[in-house]
Design a protein around this ligand. Structure first.
Ligand SMILES: N[C@@H](Cc1ccccc1)C(=O)O
Length: 508
């Protein structure tokens, strides 16, 4: 009998009395495991081997788990510091105990959220008590971490730890379970007979080459068969980030709805970012707490004189006969200060004023999908920068129904059909609405945007005398609703979840 080289290698390595794993065969023959698996399936087809499959579960500690195995669990460090501070007898000051425990940052939160749960004591209005009967040396989770820390990977059925303790550690993100399929082969009787009769190695060809074709040799060689069941090596090629893909899709959708794209600077004068939006100069969002100022250059060179005068007048006196201004200071120097834009509404003011592409006649629709920068506190829904989907429609008679209808049409194209609106306040729109969508897995309402109809005090100085409805929507929040992830940091930045980014299927 004639067989392929890899098949012969498997037959010579496996035995009839004892099952041999594919990995063991691969190691003994120096062949890649994928090749061995392929050969094993072909041999099974020929009735030469029997395959047994099982799924092995292995357990390994995450980086955080390894850290705690080494430095001990945060709640135990807190308990020991509390006992040292005498909290077993009377309540001790929380701040002091935390200081003495050496815990920092997230470690403190982790300690606090597990402390009472695990019976180490109680925490109440800044004071901590320690239960004298608690025994940190018999903490099941700590002991399990210690057991698991010895091996890089442990077979699940060989671990001497209670299942619910493992579940708890997994929930805390301290261990990971993974599954792999193990295949074992045993030679059949037929294989033994054939081996005794002698098996020859046949040359097989895996790929047709130009040489095979031109020489005519293709007609004589034996081709390897396709095995669609064989495990193949996995290639993680580069791909466009889902955020970028979705940005492109949003752009195409808006272009399809008749919008034109706006362009403009990331760093801009406060004049375009705020003053043109009838944002008073003493508005809290305009303090250094909220904006990223520029060190050099600090101010824009040029602003259109007439527009500056008109905007200043609107701020001081309001617009129209019974208009009211802010009666607050207005200073051109302040308006000329440069900052990273906190919203792309700066592009809208540039376009609406005629500054960017000249006078725009109604009806007109414009949009941008661009980055904005805010000095927010990082959390699952906030980053220091995000993409805003800015847009506006200029027409003679616009109402809230036009605004809501536009959002319904837009979001429906992303499969989101349950938008909710909540009345809101912006200095530059009246009425104003915040938009919410329902998170597909948690069911929570997520804020996805802010919108409204630009008010007279903003439009008149810009020289616009018809209606303009406008909005700023968060691209990342749209992604959350589309793909169901809960933490924005999963898709951006150092904590991003590569598996999620690799595996998310983009739906078009
Ligand atoms: N600039 C607003 C969004 C917005 C734009 C235009 C009109 C109304 C609201 C924000 O960043 O939240």
């Amino acid at each position: 009998m004639q067989l392929k080289e890899s098949q012969v290698a498997v037959l010579e390595t496996a035995s009839a009395d004892e099952a041999t794993s594919v990995d063991a065969v691969a190691e003994a023959t120096d062949l890649p495991p994928e090749t061995v698996t392929g050969a094993v399936f072909e041999l099974e087809e020929e009735g030469l081997v029997a395959i047994e499959e099982r799924v092995d579960e292995t357990i390994s500690l995450t980086d955080e788990g390894v850290t705690y195995a080494d430095e001990r669990l945060p709640e135990i460090r807190l308990y020991e510091a509390a006992v040292d501070a005498g909290a077993a007898d009377e309540p001790a000051q929380m701040g002091q105990v935390i200081g003495a425990s050496g815990l920092e940052g997230a470690g403190v939160d982790i300690a606090l959220s597990n402390y009472a749960r695990k019976g180490y004591g109680s925490i109440d209005s800044g004071e901590i008590t320690a239960d004298p009967d608690a025994d940190s040396a018999s903490d099941a989770e700590a002991n399990a971490l210690e057991t698991l820390a010895d091996a890089e990977e442990t077979a699940a059925d060989a671990v001497d730890v209670e299942g619910d303790v493992l579940d708890g550690l997994e929930r805390r993100g301290l261990l990971e379970r993974s599954e792999s399929t193990v295949r074992e082969v045993t030679l059949t009787e037929r294989a033994v007979t054939e081996l005794m009769a002698g098996i020859e190695t046949a040359e097989t060809v895996g790929q047709v080459t130009p040489e095979l074709l031109t020489s005519g040799e293709w007609d004589e060689v034996e081709f390897a068969e396709y095995n669609v069941e064989a495990d193949a090596e996995r290639f993680e090629g580069g791909r466009v980030h889902i955020l970028r893909q979705t940005a492109e899709r949003v752009k195409e959708t808006l272009v399809g709805m008749g919008f034109q794209e706006m362009e403009g600077p990331h760093v801009d004068a406060d004049f375009w970012i705020n003053d043109c939006l009838f944002m008073p100069q003493d508005h809290p969002a305009r303090t250094h707490w909220d904006r990223f100022a520029l060190e050099a250059p600090t101010h824009i060179d040029d602003l259109p004189d007439q527009l500056v005068a008109d905007v200043e007048r609107a701020h001081r006196e309001g617009v129209g006969e019974d208009g009211e201004g802010y009666h607050s200071p207005w200073d051109e120097e302040f308006a000329r200060a440069l900052a990273l834009r906190g919203h792309t509404t700066s592009l809208s003011t540039r376009y609406l004023s005629g500054e960017q592409i000249g006078e725009i006649e109604p009806p007109a629709r414009f949009f941008s999908v661009e980055k904005v920068y805010r000095n927010d506190t990082l959390d699952p829904t906030h980053l220091l920068e995000f993409f805003q989907i800015e847009g506006w429609v200029m027409a003679e008679d616009l109402s809230v129904r036009d605004l809501m209808g536009t959002f319904e049409e837009f979001y429906a194209q992303f499969g989101i059909t349950d938008i909710e609106f909540k009345p809101h306040y912006n200095p530059y729109t009246e009425p104003s609405f915040e938009l919410f969508g329902t998170h597909p897995t948690t069911g929570e309402l997520v804020e996805i945007g802010n919108s409204g109809i630009f008010r007279e005090e903003m439009l008149a100085p810009l020289g616009v005398d018809c209606d303009v409805m406008a909005w700023g929507l968060a691209l990342e929040r749209l992604l959350m609703l589309m793909y169901g992830f809960e933490d924005i940091r999963d898709i951006h930045g150092t904590l991003c979840d590569l598996k999620l980014l690799r595996e998310t299927e983009v739906t078009y």
